[in-house]
Write a protein of this length. Structure first.
Length: 189
């Protein structure tokens, strides 16, 4: 609903949001919008000497060299933001890879710790099954009903996470399955 309203209002509404209401723009378009608005506003102030939307448009129309400098500064800011995003993703992937390598080493040395995920998974699924069975076969006292349903909801979420971990269809899950198959093949030789 927001996008058609913005499209109907044209550039003027967007300018007002950028200039006057960056927190609302951030709320409507995501958490990075506020930072992007601040960055663009700072670049406009630095390169063009203003952060007023009409003055920015006038400065760009009046001075092609300033327009080019503004565009280059925006591209550099976007590239820097993307570098930051890339570094965050690379750190996350390194963390995941490190955890997988640790699990692999534990499994190869037949450490009992390697079975931690299996044990936790079994406990969560057993707890969920027992809770469901109790709720279907027993009458819950009225004063404990809220607690019982909160516990069931928590166990349901954990059971979903267990199923996603073991049978998920993500690339990470595929890699995990391949790693488990490789470890299993080494252990049976």
């Amino acid at each position: 609903m927001v996008l058609p309203i913005l499209a109907a209002g044209g550039m003027a509404l967007g300018s007002i949001l950028v200039k006057e209401l960056p927190s609302i723009a951030s709320w409507m378009f995501g958490d990075k919008t506020g930072k992007a608005v601040d960055t663009v506003t700072g670049i406009a102030r630095e390169v063009l000497g203003t952060d007023d939307p009409q003055a920015i448009e006038a400065a760009i129309a009046r001075d092609p060299q300033a327009a080019l400098q503004f565009k280059i500064a925006l591209i550099q800011a976007e590239a820097e933001a993307r570098r930051g995003e890339r570094e965050e993703i690379m750190a996350y992937l390194h963390d995941v890879q490190s955890a997988r390598e640790q699990t692999t080493r534990l499994a190869e040395t037949r450490s009992p710790i390697a079975y931690g995920a299996v044990v936790v998974s079994l406990l969560v699924l057993a707890g969920f099954g027992i809770m469901l069975a109790l709720l279907f076969t027993r009458t819950v006292p009225p004063e404990q009903k809220d607690i019982a349903f909160m516990l069931l909801g928590s166990l349901s979420g954990m059971a979903s996470a267990v199923v996603s971990y073991w049978v998920g269809s993500s690339r990470g899950s595929d890699a995990k399955n391949a790693m488990i198959a490789q470890i299993t093949a080494k252990g049976t030789r």
